[in-house]
Design a protein around this ligand. Structure first.
Ligand code: ZN
Length: 249
C-alpha cells in the first residue's frame, strides 16, 4: 500500500517535471520562431519602458544617444509623435519632457523683469506642409515655376520633417513687446538674457550666427532647442552647434 503511494508520488513528480519542461521548450521555440520577431521586439520594448520612464525624470536628454538630431539631412520620421502638453498662457504645445525646464526658464527671466512670448512650440508636419504650400503658391502666382518656388521657399522655411518644431522639443521665444522674427529680435533684453542663461535649463541657441554652413539655417536668435543640461552647457560654452556636438561624441 505504502509502496503504491510512493510510486504514484514519484510518477507524479516525473510527469510534472517533464511535462513542464515540454511546455517551456515549446514556448521557447515558439518565441524564437521568425514569425514572432515583432512580438519579441515588443516584449523587449516592454522591458525597456520602466527604465526609460525613471530615466526620463532624471533628465533623459543628458545621454547623447537620446538627443534627436533634426535637420535638412536628418528628417524626422513621418510617424514621430511627441508627448504633447499645453504651455500655460501661450496657446502652444510642447513635449512633456521640456515643460518644467521651459517654465522655470521663463519664470526666472520674468523675475528679472523680462516679458516673454512663446511664439511657436510644437508644429505638426501637416502644418509645416501647409506653410510651405502657402509660400510656394504665392511665388508661383508671381510667375515662378513649381521647382523654382520650392527651392526658394526652403531657403527660409524648413522642408517637411526637417523642422525641429515637429519634435515638440524646440520653441521660438520672443520679447513680448517685440514679436517680429528678424535681426532686431537679437537685440532685445529678453533674447540676450535667454542666450546667456538657456543652457542652465537644458536649452541651446540652435541656429547661431555664423554657423549657417553647418546648420543650413540662417541666424535665428529666437529658436531654442532642449537637449538636456549637460549637452546644453557644453554646446553653449564652446559656442558650437548641435551637429558639431554630436559629431564629436
Ligand atoms: Zn523655430
Amino acid at each position: 500500500m505504502r509502496f503504491r503511494r510512493t510510486m504514484t508520488v514519484i510518477v507524479g513528480v516525473i510527469f510534472l517535471v517533464f511535462g513542464w519542461r515540454t511546455v517551456t521548450l515549446a514556448l521557447h521555440s515558439l518565441q524564437n520562431h521568425p514569425d514572432n520577431i515583432s512580438s519579441r521586439q515588443e516584449e523587449r520594448f516592454a522591458d525597456v519602458i520602466p527604465a526609460y520612464s525613471t530615466q526620463k525624470e532624471n533628465d533623459i536628454s543628458d545621454t547623447t544617444e537620446e538627443i534627436i538630431l533634426v535637420n535638412k539631412d536628418h528628417p524626422l520620421e513621418e510617424t514621430y509623435q511627441p508627448d504633447l502638453v499645453k504651455l500655460r498662457d501661450y496657446g502652444v504645445e510642447v513635449d512633456r519632457e521640456i515643460y518644467d525646464s521651459l517654465l522655470s526658464m521663463l519664470q526666472d527671466g520674468e523675475k528679472e523683469g523680462l516679458e516673454f512670448w512663446v511664439a511657436s512650440g510644437y508644429r505638426s508636419m501637416e502644418r509645416q506642409r501647409e506653410l510651405l504650400d502657402e509660400d510656394i503658391e504665392a511665388l508661383m502666382k508671381k510667375g515662378s515655376s513649381p521647382s523654382e518656388a520650392y527651392e526658394e521657399v526652403v531657403q527660409e522655411t524648413m522642408p517637411v520633417g526637417c523642422s525641429e518644431h515637429a519634435t515638440g522639443l524646440a520653441v521660438d521665444i520672443v520679447a513680448k513687446d517685440y514679436q517680429i522674427l528678424d535681426e532686431k529680435q537679437a537685440r532685445t533684453e529678453e533674447i540676450q538674457w535667454l542666450q546667456d542663461h538657456c543652457s542652465r535649463y537644458g536649452f541651446i541657441l540652435r541656429y547661431p550666427e555664423d554657423k549657417e554652413d553647418i546648420t543650413k539655417v540662417s541666424y535665428e536668435s529666437w529658436h531654442f532647442r532642449y537637449v538636456g543640461v549637460t549637452a546644453a552647457k557644453e554646446i553653449m560654452e564652446k559656442g558650437i552647434t548641435l551637429e558639431e556636438y554630436l559629431d564629436g561624441k
